[in-house]
Design a binder for this molecule. Structure first.
Ligand SMILES: [Zn+2]
Length: 282
């Protein structure tokens, strides 16, 4: 599933290529993608409207529209947002198409929402009614990149009797971190994933704080991670390359690249497959 760095990479593409453009028309092929409202609501809410900004909170893309509405896109498991010339052959599972106007710099283009597994969503919402229309978005925790996540804020969030893995994956606590970046950040911080959060020392909290920011920044720099079993690509169809830098994720049974001595372990922690080095993280 795309996590913060992958969604941030898509957001940057949208800012560069879509912000400032008007949506001339909208096609909805699959109702499941717009299940929260309806095809009519999406078409009515987007036709003739200009996209003025694109932000992100956690794994949610949040567009601002000159109508005053918001546009939420969630990729979930397999969603992709792609830009293509008008009339280009669409890939299978293209469920929503936004026809973007031509500008001085660009010809008319299409923005596609492609989603083979159909867990993803595209929704027009009223930002002043967020808690009712998108309750999970209203309840998101601190986003380490969009909001910053200071060391003091992390210290406060860690005062809980929960395993680090469970706590960092909880989107109500920290928004945007999923299985890949949780395992990678905990390895960089040299902390066991099943460690109880409230037991961390001040020095360990400092290590975790630096590791979260460093891992996410490097992953964004690399355009995210594109794994063999996921469909993640950026707006122009290019994969990321941070998977080449993974130290523990999906490396169970292999030698640790940091200590060169221990073998990466795998276990189910907090209900999720978890990889760590028993020597670096003990
Ligand atoms: Zn190691």
């Amino acid at each position: 599933m795309p996590e913060l760095p992958e969604v941030e990479t898509v957001r940057r593409g949208l800012v560069a290529q879509v912000v400032g453009r008007r949506i001339d028309s909208v096609e909805v092929g699959r109702e499941r993608t717009v299940r929260r409202t309806s095809a009519e609501a999406l078409i009515d809410g987007l036709t003739g409207v200009t996209i003025t900004a694109f932000g992100r909170r956690g794994k949610y893309l949040i567009g601002s529209l000159d109508s005053g509405d918001g546009l939420m896109i969630h990729l979930r498991m397999s969603g992709r947002v792609l830009i293509a010339p008008t009339g280009a052959a669409r890939p299978p599972h293209t469920h929503v198409v936004l026809h973007l106007d031509a500008s001085d710099q660009r010809p008319a283009e299409e923005l596609w929402f492609v989603d083979p597994r159909t867990f993803g969503e595209v929704v027009v919402f009223d930002p002043s009614n967020l808690a009712a229309e998108l309750p999970e978005l209203a309840k998101l925790g601190i986003d380490p990149v969009t909001d910053g996540l200071s060391r003091a804020e992390l210290t406060a969030l860690l005062r809980r009797d929960r395993q680090l893995k469970a706590l960092l994956l909880d989107q109500h606590v920290v928004a945007g971190i999923g299985n890949i970046y949780c395992d990678e950040a905990l390895h960089l911080a040299r902390l066991r994933p099943d460690r109880i959060a409230a037991s961390l020392t001040t020095r360990e909290i400092g290590r975790l704080h630096r590791a979260i920011h460093e891992t996410l920044a490097q992953a964004i720099e690399a355009g995210g991670s594109t794994l063999a079993d996921t469909q993640y690509v950026d707006l122009e169809g290019q994969g990321g390359w941070f998977q080449l830098h993974h130290r523990v994720y999906d490396r169970a049974g292999e030698r640790c690249l940091t200590c060169h001595r221990a073998t990466i372990q795998r276990a189910v922690i907090a209900g999720r497959s978890t990889c760590w080095c028993p020597r670096c993280q003990h």
